[in-house]
Design a protein around this ligand. Structure first.
Ligand code: PMP
Length: 437
């Protein structure tokens, strides 16, 4: 080896090591990733259900509980001022993160589900009527389907559904037929929790706006994988959950154009959301407080703000690069040679590292996803099995359940290797009785 080649090889090794070191350092921020299972490091591949939480989030929440603990918007004393400032700073932080032009459009909720119900109830029941249509996709999570079924039933409106292509992507060629002057709203997931496919949101939003429809994006999955620019996108509503975005449970966001919120009645009623109350009636508080009845999840909002600081400290460019490596690795491992039928696109550029699949055992017989997940779980590999709260989508695909292994930027390639090894083991394990018989 020439001196030059030797030096280049050393530099490459050092580069590889420092990339590995970076991941080690990053993972050290997430205490739960250190958990062991039967003397081995637990492999966490369920980040689409709930991401892990960095220490910085817990520190911010502890600070509130230990030093700033008071209700918000109520007390006339220093602690209450501090708590209110911290809570409202979290709102500003979220507005910045989402590229939302106006903080009055950032409403704290308990999660995506509550945010979607808020829109279906407060906007849907006001703006939908007989003959109106809401366009959804067949890939919606139950949270962005059932609230619309209820709203449509209450108002005599009709639901339509954008279908999928063979590859598991939205079939945009059906838009012309489905998006009409009757469409009042397009309510679409920004990324399916099952397929992991990237969604052409900009094209969908502009098509919907060209027929005068409003647009709602379910960003529960999207937000951890892609930078969102709400103003640039031009959507009317966007919903997300803190617990899928490195933040705590019990907090979510509805980000909306203020003019949309202005034309809606409140969803929940009680303290804070009113301006004046008489025995006969009430008038509403200004935005966004009109939609935040009762004591809000204060520590959780502060925690979510800290999660976004952490996330932006890493940056979406770095996140995309790591996810691309994870996606390529996952696609290479989860293939037919291993008895795996993977859902969603095969092109790594068109998807995130969220892998839903079915597996056949070494004899070619299907392994039930719950059996597979239980065996993987016993080996310390955490995945999710079931209908993934998307029963219509699975039915469309001719399945009743799948196994899902979902990554975040902190997932290591070695964790995907461990998944593949555990699948190999499961395939022999489940074909054993047949072989013996
Ligand atoms: N939409 C999508 C695409 C999801 O993946 C989820 C959570 N699995 C939700 C909505 C509901 O989120 P939450 O349970 O946090 O309200």
């Amino acid at each position: 080896m020439t001196l030059l080649r030797a030096a280049a090889a050393t530099a490459a090794r050092r580069g590889a090591r420092s990339a590995e070191l970076d991941l080690d350092r990053l993972r050290a921020d997430f205490p739960a990733l250190e958990r062991e299972h039967d003397g081995r490091r637990q492999v966490y591949l369920d980040s689409a259900a709930s991401s892990q939480t960095p220490r910085a989030v817990l520190d911010a929440m502890s600070r509130y509980y230990l030093e700033q603990r008071a209700n918000v918007h109520r007390g006339d004393y220093a602690l209450a001022f501090e708590a209110t400032l911290a809570y409202e700073a979290a709102r500003d932080r979220i507005a910045r993160f989402l590229g939302a032009p106006d903080r009055r459009g950032v409403v704290f909720t308990r999660g995506t589900t509550e945010a979607l119900n808020l829109v279906a109830h407060a906007w849907g029941r006001r703006h939908l009527g007989p003959g109106d249509e809401v366009l959804l996709t067949v890939a919606e999570h139950h949270s962005n389907l059932v609230p619309w079924q209820l709203a449509a039933r209450a108002r005599g409106a009709t639901l339509r559904f954008l279908p999928l292509t063979e590859e598991g992507e939205l079939d945009l060629s059906a838009l012309d037929r489905l998006l009409t002057r009757r469409t009042r709203l397009l309510a679409v997931t920004g990324m399916s929790n099952v397929l992991g496919a990237r969604v052409p949101l900009a094209a969908l939003v502009s098509a919907a706006r060209s027929v005068g429809a409003r647009v709602l994006v379910d960003a529960a999955q999207l937000a951890l994988h892609e930078r969102i620019d709400l103003a640039g996108l031009g959507a009317d509503f966007l919903a997300l959950s803190g617990h899928k975005l490195l933040g705590p449970t019990g907090i979510g966001v509805l980000a909306a154009r203020p003019e949309r919120l202005e034309e809606m009645d409140p969803f929940l009623a009680g303290g804070e959301m009113v301006d004046d109350v008489t025995l006969e009636g009430a008038t509403w508080n200004e935005l966004p407080y009109r939609f935040e009845a009762g004591t809000p999840p204060i520590a959780e909002a502060i925690g979510l703000g800290a999660a976004l600081d952490y996330l932006e400290g890493i940056g979406f460019a770095a996140i995309r690069a790591r996810e691309a490596a994870l996606t390529r690795h996952g696609l290479a491992l989860l293939d037919a040679g291993r008895g795996v039928r993977l859902l969603g696109p095969r092109d790594p550029a068109r998807r995130a590292p969220v892998f839903s699949f079915s597996v056949v055992d070494a004899s070619g017989d299907p392994i039930h996803p719950h059996d597979l997940a239980t065996l993987l779980g016993a080996e310390g590999v955490a995945v999710r099995a079931g209908h993934q709260c998307a029963r219509p989508l699975l039915r469309e695909l001719g399945l009743s359940a799948v196994t899902r292994a979902s990554c975040a930027f902190y997932t290591s390639l070695a964790e995907l290797d461990a998944l593949a090894a555990a699948i190999d083991h499961a395939r022999t394990f489940f074909s054993r009785p047949r072989a013996r018989g």
